[in-house]
Design a protein around this ligand. Structure first.
Ligand code: BGC
Length: 291
């Protein structure tokens, strides 16, 4: 995402903005090392911090901006947990395999894998280059396949450790509302997210007998660097709110709360599902008055 600022600047408090609840994390992930891809900014960073606050040691994966990955690791250590920072491009098989090897050597095993790394390369269909298509599919979809395949190998190798969790492992795939909402000008991105839906569901079906749970989170508009232009002016924010029945932008911590629950035994009977965390964006807001 070289074309956008790495850290989302704070938007001016928009007119009518609702407060975001800050809810403490229960200690439900103690002893469960987690790996989060793309953990040095935006949603990935919040998820890494949330998992750590709930008790997990965390592998902070990044591909560029090592200093921000170190910052996230530093905060994790501040929560009393361990963190290691590993550089890997999730679209590259050898790098993903090497990352898991290093992570497992450091933490002994992994119980939670969050395939989160993602990007956008927006363009109208007719101007979209093959490179823009391949980059987005490579990171967003192939990257999730490679990450979760390696996680499955480790979860199956270790099996259930009842002292730690009733499941052999938990996978969370970061999807989007655009796994169901078509998105003109973003066919590469929407296709990658649609692909994640069936990747996640098929993995869930295949791995359920092994007590490995696989779920997705479908964020709506969340205040992160990926979509700065959608919220960083009052006009943009107002236009965005026409798509959000709950009338506030999502914060990365909204996603982190969902991830902690999906990663914990509190959601033990939940597999193969997508939890939309979107303020109602998938509720066809245009039909609130029309139809
Ligand atoms: C995209 C954002 C967008 C949001 C809602 C996300 O998956 O990355 O750019 O604002 O969906 O449309």
């Amino acid at each position: 995402m070289s074309d956008i600022p790495h850290k989302a600047p704070d938007a001016p408090a928009p007119e009518g903005a609702r407060p975001v609840p800050t809810v403490p994390y229960p200690q439900i992930l103690l002893g469960q090392p987690a790996l989060v891809t793309g953990a040095n900014s935006g949603i990935g960073e919040a998820v890494a911090l949330g998992l750590a606050q709930a008790g997990a040691d965390v592998v902070v994966n990044y591909v560029s901006h090592p200093e921000s990955a170190e910052e996230v690791a530093h905060k994790i250590v501040g929560f009393g947990r361990k963190a290691i920072v590993i550089k890997a491009d999730v679209s590259k098989e050898d790098e993903v395999i090497a990352m898991f090897k290093q992570a497992i050597t450091a933490f002994g095993t992994l119980h939670i894998s969050v395939s989160n790394a993602g990007l956008q390369r927006d363009s109208s269909l007719i101007d979209m280059t093959l490179e823009q298509w391949n980059t987005v599919i490579g990171v967003n979809l192939t990257g999730q396949f490679l990450t979760q395949r390696e996680a499955a190998r480790e979860f199956l190798r270790r099996g259930i450790d009842e002292k730690i969790s009733v499941a052999a492992g938990k996978m969370i795939c970061m999807s989007s509302v655009h796994q169901v909402i078509p998105w003109a000008g973003h066919v590469n991105y929407a296709s990658s997210k649609g692909g994640i839906k069936l990747l996640m569901e098929s993995m869930a079906q295949e791995l359920a007998p092994h007590r490995i749970r696989v779920n997705a989170i479908g964020p709506g508009a969340i205040r992160t660097p990926i979509n700065t232009s959608a919220w960083n002016t009052p006009e943009a924010y107002e236009s965005l709110m026409t798509l959000v029945p709950y009338k506030r932008i999502g914060e990365p911590s909204d996603i982190a709360q969902a991830a902690v629950w999906l990663a914990s035994d509190n959601s033990d009977y939940v597999t193969g599902t997508t939890m939309f965390v979107d303020g109602g964006m998938t509720l066809y807001p245009g039909f609130a008055t029309g139809g």
